[in-house]
Design a protein around this ligand. Sequence first.
Ligand SMILES: NC(=O)c1ccc[n+]([C@@H]2O[C@H](COP(=O)([O-])OP(=O)(O)OC[C@H]3O[C@@H](n4cnc5c(N)ncnc54)[C@H](O)[C@@H]3O)[C@@H](O)[C@H]2O)c1
Ligand SMILES: O=C(O)C(=O)C[C@]1(C(=O)O)C=C[C@@H](O)C=C1
Length: 361
Amino acid sequence: MRTALVIGTGLIGTSIALALTGRGVRVYLADQDPDQPRTAAALGAGTDGLPEGPVELAVVAVPPARIAATLAELQRRGAARAYVDVGSVKGGPARELLALGGDPRSYLGTHPMAGKERSGPLAASADLFEGRPWVLTPTPRTETEVLNLALELASLCRAVPVVMDADAHDRAVALVSHTPQLVSSLVAARLESAEETAVRLCGQGIRDVTRIAASEPRMWLDILSANPGPVADVLSEVAADLDETVRALRALESADEAKRSAGAAGVEAVLRRGNAGRERVPGKHGAAPAVYESVAVHISDRPGELALIFADAGRAGVNIEDVRIEHATGQQAGLVELIVVPEAAPGLIAALRERGWSIRG
Ligand SMILES: NC(=O)c1ccc[n+]([C@@H]2O[C@H](COP(=O)([O-])OP(=O)(O)OC[C@H]3O[C@@H](n4cnc5c(N)ncnc54)[C@H](O)[C@@H]3O)[C@@H](O)[C@H]2O)c1
Ligand SMILES: O=C(O)C(=O)C[C@]1(C(=O)O)C=C[C@@H](O)C=C1
């Protein structure tokens, strides 16, 4: 990739621009607030202002409610060969873009799973995405070149591409990002009118749990407004657990020995379930499992070919951890290596063969 345009030069846009500029890409910076790209340019993220002609990749890093309109406008102007956004919610903005008459072939919805509780270009860093998952949500209409540019973007930012269906992504982030944000805010909100004598005692535990409660409310209202159903589903499960935990604690106050021991069992159960859940949180992506398997599929150089493979892998219920693409120069064919956990490989091979793909080896 030689040229890129970043629209929305806040925390995420500027971090992407810094990474791309650092790897030799010529990056142009734009934002509705002229101070932001000026600051980003001063940090070394690229050139403040629009390019004269189309760039290879336009990266839209504006709040979720503004994504579809910004993309549609860029596409209408022919600003780039390919367009991606990096918003925290994927299903709604993609549907909105279609409703606005946008072109689904040159667009790919993406989401880097890294961020901070701070906003704006001054919080940005070039290494923000290193080793972190970067979700790509291609559809059968996504052109191969567009997908390749998005893969190159993730790779230039040293992130690990993960291919998912947009709505499945939204359900997943409701669990691992959006509900945790609300729970952190709810815990921190208890401190708002707490006695100073209590607040003075804050230790590392509450600091860990409430770091993200410092996040920008307008941005999060935007994110939650774009994914309310899945977040409400997870939060109502948390609410049921909370009710049960309150009951267990009340039982612990009882004079009755049997009730106290039932209460202790209830409290212990929730703490143990917490241990089990916490154990499943990976370190930086790629730390576990240590070994992956590669499934190599022959592809022809037709538009949408890669997206079709990803869709077929998705239908087989297989999570693609990484992708490598080899294109033989001058040939109309190539090889795509899908990197998956070892248990998933046999099922993936069978499902792809059934759908007519040719597998190497
Ligand atoms: N903050 C995170 O942790 C995080 C992580 C991954 C993805 N995201 C997503 O990245 C996107 C940007 O988030 P951020 O944290 O960088 O926010 P930010 O507030 O730091 O930056 C957003 C920028 O977009 C600009 N903007 C708003 N509307 C615009 C428009 N219509 N046209 C041009 N510029 C516009 C704002 O002026 C601001 O500079 C959001 O979609 C968010 O969901 C955020
Ligand atoms: O680390 C943080 O501060 C974040 O909140 C980052 C985080 C997350 O939940 O992990 C927040 C929202 C984004 O869409 C992606 C990443």
